[in-house]
Structures are given as structure tokens and as C-alpha cells.
Ligand binder design. Structure first.
Ligand SMILES: Nc1ncnc2c1ncn2[C@@H]1O[C@H](COP(=O)(O)OP(=O)(O)OP(=O)(O)O)[C@@H](O)[C@H]1O
Ligand SMILES: [Mg+2]
Length: 316
């Protein structure tokens, strides 16, 4: 029988060609967006996690070997009015790994991601980042910790070019003027760090890009900054076969460079191709968190559709 791990090997080999990275994300580390700090952050949390301290000269050491979760959520509840969407959800993501978040339509994946990204406040539960309890009350707070989310709708501005989209709201300036040269250079280096070869100019308008190229720009915008966790909500949902393959290679490459990558996908082939672990949600509950190599395609489909598969899953 072909084990799931066997599916994953060829891709891991194909894309595992690390280039010496300058920052944890493996891309040219900018100085960091000056002044970005979470209003809630204490001196202590900023001292450890503050973006200003993480950028620049600090040399990245591969942390993927230690499998301690960088992101660790436990007992999360989330309701919208009287509708409870997340019930006692647990979710962990580790550096150097792709963690697939799977579940049927409406299972709560996007809601969980929005809680992780600070868009929705959690009602109850523990949110730990690098082993410490944190309160992530806004997208800015998540970004300050080093968590970047590429949302399902991408949220790119059609009428702006690639550079303008990458730096939107975080523009680099020289004096009062925008530093176009530096931003263009960082955009080029980030795209080439992702091995993007299909975009001919970083000054191309997003409205003129294909779906796959847009996805790449959205991912580049997330990893341009010195992030530690990148969350991708259905990055290949609207893509063809070749573009999906390219996006999956980028996903794997990000993890191989030490980031914790969270990938939401409905496509089991994609999940088994790139993920190290799988977290299955069923009706807003964590059915199981497993190593991809320890489960079969069928078991994961059962967890998604019924919340149970043999010994795995929710107890009735
Ligand atoms: N802002 C909101 N207000 C009320 N209900 C919401 C809100 N956002 C999500 N929901 C509900 O929460 C449930 C989970 O939605 P969510 O978008 O998290 O699912 P999902 O797993 O991402 O699904 P899909 O695979 O279709 O993207 C759904 O029943 C949805 O209607
Ligand atoms: Mg969703």
C-alpha cells in the first residue's frame, strides 16, 4: 500500500533547495516596519517578540528540529451572537512544518484563522505564541508577533501594481518621499526568493495578473516581513493544475526555510503532498491533530465527514 508519506517525499525533495536566508522567513529581512507594536503588548512581550528586535542582523538558526509549537491554541470558543462556531478547539503549528487545517464547508476553518490573525477576538481559551500566553486583539497585534495571514479573498488592490500592493500601509520612505528603489528591489528579491519566474515586472498591475500570480503576490506580501507563521486560507481553490503545483512548491519551500505554515485546503492530494501534520475540524470541533505520515487519505476524509475514524476523532 502506498503510504501518505510516500506521496509527500517527491515534492519535499523537489522543492527542498534552501538558499541561505537572512531572516526567519528566509527572505531579505527588512529593518521591520518601524513603530509596529501591539497596543496591548507589554515591554516583556515586545522584548521577546517585538518585530524591531527580530529584524536586521540576527542570524536565523534552523528551528524546525525543535518541534515545539510556535502557535498553540487550546480550548478556543467563538460565537457570533447566539451561534457558536468554535467549540473547545485546539490547534498547533510548528516551525519548519506545514500544518494542514481541513474540514468541510462551514466547519470553522476561516473563523479559526481569523481568530489566529486577530480579526475575531476569541471568547474563551488559551492563545500561546512561542510558549507564552498572548492576547491577540487586532490584526496589527498578530503581525507584531510575526503572524501573517493570506485570506481567502486575498485582499489585493486591483488598480495598484505589485510593489504598491506588497508595501500597502507599510511603505518604505526616504525622508518624506517613498523609497521606490528599495521597495522595488525588496519586491524583486522576495519574488525571486519564492522562485517566482512568471512575473516579468514588479510594476505590473494586479488586475493584469493571473489567479496564480495574484496568489503569489499575496504570499509574497505576507512573507516580505520578518514573519514566523504564515497562514494560507485555500490558496489553490481557484487555480489550475500547474499554478496549484507552483503554489504548493512555495508552501513547502516556506516551511523548509523554518516558517510554521498553516494551509487550509479541501484538496486531499494537496494536503498529502505538502503537509507534515493535519488538524481536522468537524462542526467547529477539533476531531484530530495527527502526523500526515500516520494517517491515510481515507481516515482524513472520515474525520472531515463524520468527526471519527476508528480510534481517531471525537468520542460520542
Ligand atoms: N461573521 C459571522 N457571523 C455569523 N456567522 C458566521 C460569521 N462568520 C462565519 N460564520 C459561520 O460560522 C460557520 C463557520 O464558517 P467558516 O467560514 O469558518 O467555515 P469554513 O470552514 O472556513 O468553510 P469553507 O470551507 O466554506 O470556507 C459557518 O456556519 C458560518 O456561517
Ligand atoms: Mg473558509
Amino acid at each position: 500500500m502506498t503510504r501518505p508519506g510516500d506521496h509527500r517525499e517527491p515534492m519535499a525533495r523537489a522543492v527542498g533547495s534552501p538558499v541561505a536566508p537572512a531572516g526567519p522567513s528566509g527572505f531579505p529581512a527588512p529593518d521591520g516596519p518601524a513603530g509596529v507594536s501591539a497596543p496591548w503588548a507589554t515591554a516583556d512581550t515586545l522584548g521577546v517578540h517585538g518585530r524591531a528586535e527580530r529584524g536586521g542582523a540576527a542570524r536565523w538558526e534552523p528551528s524546525g528540529m525543535s518541534k515545539t509549537p510556535v502557535l498553540d491554541l487550546r480550548g478556543i470558543d467563538k460565537s457570533f451572537g447566539s451561534v457558536k462556531v468554535l467549540h473547545d478547539v485546539s490547534f498547533a503549528a510548528r516551525p519548519g512544518e506545514v500544518t494542514a487545517l481541513v474540514g468541510d464547508n462551514g466547519a470553522g476553518k476561516t473563523t479559526l484563522v481569523k481568530c489566529i490573525g486577530g480579526i475575531h477576538p476569541i471568547d474563551r481559551g488559551e492563545y500561546r505564541f512561542e510558549g507564552r500566553p498572548v492576547r491577540v486583539g487586532s490584526p496589527r497585534a498578530a503581525t507584531s508577533l510575526g503572524i501573517e495571514v493570506v485570506h481567502q479573498d486575498l485582499a489585493l488592490c486591483e488598480n495598484l501594481d505589485i510593489v504598491e500592493n506588497l508595501f500597502l500601509g507599510r511603505e518604505r520612505r526616504r525622508g518624506l518621499a517613498l523609497d521606490e528603489e528599495v521597495m522595488e528591489d525588496m519586491a524583486r528579491r522576495t519574488l525571486s526568493g519564492l522562485s517566482v519566474r512568471t512575473v516579468d515586472s514588479v510594476r505590473r498591475r494586479v488586475s493584469h495578473l493571473s489567479g496564480g500570480q495574484r496568489q503569489t503576490v499575496a504570499i509574497a506580501r505576507a512573507v516580505l516581513w520578518d514573519c514566523k507563521v504564515v497562514v494560507l486560507d485555500e490558496p489553490s481553490a481557484a487555480l489550475g493544475v500547474v499554478q496549484t503545483q507552483q503554489v504548493l512548491e512555495i508552501v513547502r519551500r516556506l516551511a523548509d526555510r523554518g516558517l510554521a505554515v498553516v494551509l487550509i485546503s479541501h484538496n486531499m492530494n494537496d494536503v498529502f503532498a505538502v503537509s507534515d501534520r493535519i488538524c481536522a475540524l468537524y462542526l467547529g470541533r477539533t476531531a484530530a491533530q495527527v502526523r500526515t505520515a500516520d494517517v491515510t487519505h481515507r481516515q482524513v476524509v472520515e474525520l472531515i465527514t463524520s468527526g471519527v475514524s476508528g480510534d481517531l476523532g471525537l468520542r460520542r
